[in-house]
Design a protein around this ligand. Structure first.
Ligand code: ATP
Length: 365
């Protein structure tokens, strides 16, 4: 699946002027509030009509301003997951799920059973949505979207209305959606941890424009792309489980790096992704001794971005992986940090999530 978007739209005083290509996988529209994420989703869904441009999904033309083509929403084969689950309150969970299949013109019992099992909603089938928790309702909404056999799922901040515990409950289901069904998803988020866990590619938005697009690790590791500001910056490393140590430590391998994290479940070889927030990385010009941090990584400075205030973002190459460190300008001057310099990165905290079919999940400090 490849979605191609090239649209211009004036919404009051806001001008959306966005061009991007969403390759297969989870493409996250990432940007602060008001950057135009929902406006793009609405245009792709056919809920709004851009003033000009073109939208295609594979070979299918959804919208073409010049040729006056506008495919109505129900002909676009899209599955929707909103912030609020929007289930039919008078129907049972089973009927809500069947509605998805009915919309696709078919009910495949094997498919139904597979989706119910994947989302762990078998025990809820006879309940009405009013008697479900927010997290359960959202799992049913994911199931309903899947069973409509869409060509693309649109997920507009599907976790935003949930508390932290419910978010942690739902995120693994989106990972399973990504890794097991390979369903293409256009996912709206302004939460860096969510982006680091789920994104295959990232489209960074600012003021209605695409400021960067590319593979998740590359965009998240770029100090010049900080849609939410440098405080929220953080890199994502793709790794595999290398060794399960007897003392409750898991050793990961990422490029030429070895990382130690508190134990996460999974067999050696299982793919994981590691989110390292820039504020959790300290820099030293010599290898620090007598330090409690498990991960002190040799690295090289590849870019430096000085902010307008007291802060600076430093991009590092550590064994072929991009990392970001947030330090003060004062430290940059005191340590004489410069591009090309060899340093040691001290990781104070990382979080680890599954990545790919054989993955494992967990989050550690
Ligand atoms: N129909 C409309 N008329 C006027 N202005 C609009 C309309 N729709 C959206 N806007 C404006 O366009 C801008 C982008 O809105 P949009 O909802 O796409 O942003 P967003 O990135 O999804 O934000 P959020 O994360 O808060 O949902 C906002 O400034 C909004 O006020």
């Amino acid at each position: 699946m490849t979605l191609r978007v090239d649209i211009r739209q004036t919404l009051g005083r806001f001008v959306l002027d966005a061009q991007f290509v969403a390759p297969p996988g989870v493409t996250v529209l990432f940007g602060r509030s008001g950057s135009g994420k929902t406006s793009i989703v609405n245009a792709v869904a056919g809920l709004s009509r851009p003033g000009d441009g073109r939208i295609t999904l594979n070979d299918k033309l959804l919208y073409d301003g010049a040729r006056r083509v506008f495919l109505p929403p129900h002909k676009r084969r899209l599955g929707y997951i909103f912030q609020d689950a929007r289930l039919f309150p008078h129907l049972s969970v089973r009927q809500n799920l069947r509605y998805g299949g009915w919309f696709a013109g078919q009910h495949d019992p094997a498919d139904f059973a597979r989706v119910v099992e994947m989302l762990g909603i078998g025990a809820l089938l006879d309940r009405r949505p009013g008697r479900l928790s927010g997290g359960e309702r959202q799992r049913v909404a994911i199931g309903r979207a899947l069973l409509s056999r869409p060509a693309l799922i649109l997920a507009d901040e599907p976790l935003a209305a949930l508390d932290e515990a419910r978010k942690a409950e739902i995120l693994p289901y989106f990972e399973r959606l990504r890794d097991e069904t390979r369903m293409p998803i256009l996912y709206v988020s302004h939460a860096p941890a969510e982006v680091a866990r789920l994104a295959t590619s990232v489209i960074a938005l600012d003021g209605g424009r695409v400021v960067a697009q590319g593979a998740a690790a590359e965009i998240l590791g770029d100090p010049s792309v900080t849609p939410l500001g440098p405080r929220a910056a953080g890199a994502m490393l793709q790794a595999v489980i290398a060794v399960q140590h007897g003392d409750g430590i898991t050793e990961l391998s990422a490029g030429d790096l070895r990382l130690l994290v508190p134990q996460i479940a999974g067999a050696p070889g299982a793919a994981v992704r590691v989110h390292v927030q820039a504020q959790d990385v300290m820099l030293a010009t010599a290898r620090p001794e007598g330090i409690s941090a498990l991960n002190v990584l040799p690295a090289r400075i590849t870019a430096l971005r000085l902010g307008g205030g007291p802060g600076a973002l430093v991009q590092l190459d550590a064994g072929g992986n991009l990392l970001l460190a947030r330090v003060t300008r004062r430290s940059v001057a005191a340590l004489g940090l410069a591009q090309g310099q060899a340093v040691f990165a001290v990781l104070k905290a990382v979080s680890v999530a599954r990545d790919g079919i054989a993955g494992a999940a967990g989050s550690q400090r």
